[in-house]
Design a protein around this ligand. Structure first.
Ligand SMILES: [Mg+2]
Length: 239
């Protein structure tokens, strides 16, 4: 009997968060270079940026412009608080520092192709359920030829993940044989448990929004926690 695996994309099938971290490091350096010894402490800059980014999330969602806008807005606020006469060009430069995070195509995670090939060979059904800017996500899917494993009708790119939408995607599939595979407790694991399906949780670093959750119940028999994607192959018979 076949299983259904519903995969998350970012930081499950391909690295993502680390490039946002790189952009934030560049941003720190930029602030320090421009504002000199009047620049706030690194931790204060991180906290201010997180606050601004989460605030912008309420109005801009996961649109491509939000993360870069959070950089220019943070720079503007720091500059104003330090009486630094910032220019439009500088705001644009920090905007572009953030933008760089979108232009990297690192390829898939180690072992991802092997796992997808393995499941496809087993005759299991593969679905992709990813959130983010539609154009950015579609570009990543195309560049990494995900169509090789996921039929076009099985690729779902959404603004945000929730159990209602997930239930619709699951439809009348056998919930005991349907697994959500993802790295985020808030966006992958909790909606899947609410939708009544099983989960394969492969922890990977997340950002402030995804860190808002109450953890997982390790004794829940519907939850499998693996350190790496390839553990799906090793543990396949026990799922
Ligand atoms: Mg993810």
């Amino acid at each position: 009997m076949k299983n259904t695996f519903i995969f998350d994309y970012d930081d499950t099938l391909a690295p993502n968060q680390c490039y946002y971290c790189d952009a934030k490091i560049e941003f720190q350096r930029y602030v320090r270079t421009k504002i000199g010894n009047k620049a706030p402490d690194v931790q204060a800059i991180i906290n201010l940026h997180t606050e601004i980014d989460l605030e912008l999330l309420k109005t801009m969602g996961l649109s491509r412009r939000r993360f870069p806008t959070s950089f220019s807005e943070t720079f503007k606020q720091i500059a104003e608080s330090r009486n630094y006469p910032y220019t439009e060009q500088e705001l644009n430069e920090v905007y572009m520092l953030a933008n760089a995070a979108f232009d990297i195509n690192p390829g898939l995670e180690k072992g991802a192709e092997e796992v997808l090939d393995f499941l496809a060979a087993k005759g299991d059904e593969l679905l992709l359920y990813t959130k983010g800017d539609k154009k950015i996500q579609q570009k990543k899917i195309d560049l990494n030829q995900l169509q090789k494993w996921f039929q076009p009708e099985n690729i779902h790119i959404v603004d945000d993940k929730n159990s209602t939408d997930l239930e619709k995607i699951v439809g009348d599939r056998d919930k005991d044989r349907t697994y959500k595979v993802g790295n985020s407790i808030r966006s992958d694991i909790n909606p899947a448990l609410e939708a009544g399906i099983k989960v394969i949780y492969i922890p990977c670093e997340t950002w402030a929004y995804e860190q808002q959750h109450n953890g997982i119940d390790a004794s829940d028999p519907r939850i499998f926690v693996f350190n790496e994607l390839t553990a799906i192959i090793k543990n396949y018979e026990g799922l």
